[in-house]
Design a protein around this ligand. Structure first.
Ligand SMILES: Cc1cc2nc3c(=O)[nH]c(=O)nc-3n(C[C@H](O)[C@H](O)[C@H](O)COP(=O)(O)OP(=O)(O)OC[C@H]3O[C@@H](n4cnc5c(N)ncnc54)[C@H](O)[C@@H]3O)c2cc1C
Length: 392
């Protein structure tokens, strides 16, 4: 006899696992949930390769509010995700983000600040003198100012958050199936089952695409063109002989960014769009560090002229070609097929809000906490991009 589930989720990364958890804790809904996750090691998904950053400094209200909820969630994580009173540790360091600005960036910095303040974000604007005084290890000669998150921003261990959602979901009755999904059974109005590589099928009344960088392949099984592509990003860790204290996550005007990681630092930079092909391999370009990133680091922090590259890895953004923001909710024609995709570089921090949002849509047919209709699938049809100015 074939198995039937109320909800089948393809992908058990941080997003799929958050959705599974919230489905189980959303009141008035007794639901059976299966998560299909082909990689039980979690080695190759976006989540385990993430920088784990949480920031409030966005320019789009939805992105700000989703991260605010992440902060609220992290504040209660042991109560929410703990099992048998065991505390949950995701190594959260609340150490702020510092966005640096040259003269030409100042109007944008100020308009972003107004949006952020309007939503209650605890963020401070700094001028060049403030920077010189407050961040003495930094070269501020070409800077006009900056924006510093004063609370509610930092970074955590992304793998641990994924596992905390997963373990809690399992403790609440969610089943994880270590199989590969290879197709969907569907017609123009409805998806009815996920087809698995072992030849079996898993029927469901609601099916969720949480396949991360592989999401467009899952959508294609239903004949849907989802503009999400796998795009490679690098993280380079390095050590520095000089001690640098109180370092937040710094976003340089060049796009280069760095933050402390234990006794070392992580660094990276997104490439220009014309040098950002679709990509699924994990090869690391060490030349990119030498030629592009190190000069940015050494210019910004003189002590970074003498650093040692210690390690590096590649991971993939699920890059939304339209606007690099999340695509949340059901398909306009296939109402029981849900999408939680396209998070690009900010999905980790949106996972609590996203999990709750998809659970609400499945349970109530509408949002009951944060209203996220603007980031629905419909905008892909109308082409109405959401313009987020603080993309990293
Ligand atoms: C280098 C890097 C740095 C980042 N930094 C940040 C950051 O600082 N802050 C932030 O918020 N975000 C960051 N992100 C983005 C964030 O990591 C992602 O948005 C988030 O992890 C996406 O989670 P996910 O569950 O959608 O995807 P994934 O973690 O990729 O999970 C998808 C899962 O689906 C499974 N799957 C796919 N296809 C199938 C199939 N056919 N059958 C079964 N299983 C399948 C995969 O095995 C995978 O485990 C970063 C990403 C990268 C790569």
């Amino acid at each position: 006899m074939e198995a039937t589930r109320d909800v089948v989720i393809v992908g058990g990364g941080v997003i799929g696992s958050a959705i599974a958890y919230f489905l189980k804790v959303t009141p008035v809904f007794s639901v059976t949930v299966t998560v299909i996750e082909k990689d039980p090691s979690y080695e190759f998904g976006s989540t385990a390769r993430s920088w784990g950053g949480v920031r409030q400094q966005f320019s789009t209200p939805e992105n700000i509010q989703m991260s605010q909820y992440a902060q609220e969630f992290l504040g209660q994580i042991s109560r929410l995700l703990g099992i048998d009173d065991t505390p949950v540790d995701v190594s959260y360091h609340e150490q702020g983000y510092l966005f640096l600005a040259e003269d030409r960036h100042i109007p944008r910095l100020y308009s972003n600040n107004a949006i952020q303040k309007g939503l209650g974000v605890n963020v401070g604007l700094l001028d060049a003198d403030d920077l010189a005084r407050g961040v003495p290890w930094m070269n501020v000669s070409d800077l006009a100012g900056g924006s510093l998150g004063l609370s509610g921003e930092g970074w955590l261990d992304a793998y641990s958050l994924n596992q905390a959602f997963r373990k809690k979901a399992i403790s609440l009755g969610v089943a994880y199936s270590a199989k590969e999904a290879v197709g969907l059974e569907c017609d123009a109005k409805r998806v009815s089952a996920v087809l698995l590589a072992d030849g079996t099928r898993l029927a469901g009344s609601h099916i969720v695409n949480a396949a991360g960088p592989a999401a467009s392949g899952v959508a294609k099984w239903a004949g849907i063109d989802l503009p999400v592509r796998s795009r490679k990003r690098y993280a380079y860790s390095f050590s520095c002989r000089t001690e640098i204290t109180g370092c937040p996550l710094v976003i340089d005007p060049s796009g280069g960014h760095f933050r402390p990681e234990g006794r070392q630092f992580l660094s990276g930079c997104s490439p220009e769009p014309e040098n950002d092909p679709d990509c699924t391999d994990f090869d690391v370009d060490y030349g990119w560090f030498e030629e592009h990133i190190w000069p940015i680091l050494a210019h910004r922090v003189p002590a970074f002229e003498a650093i040692k590259l210690e390690n590096a890895w590649a991971g993939h953004y699920a890059y939304n070609l339209l606007d690099q923001n999340a695509i949340l909710g059901s398909h306009p024609d296939i109402a029981n097929f849900y999408f939680a995709n396209g998070f690009s570089g900010h999905g980790l921090q949106q996972s609590p809000a996203d999990g709750r949002a998809i659970a609400e849509l499945i349970t109530y047919g509408e949002y009951s906490s944060l209203t996220l209709n603007r980031i629905s699938f419909e905008r892909l049809v109308t082409g109405e991009a959401i313009s987020e100015h603080n993309i990293v």
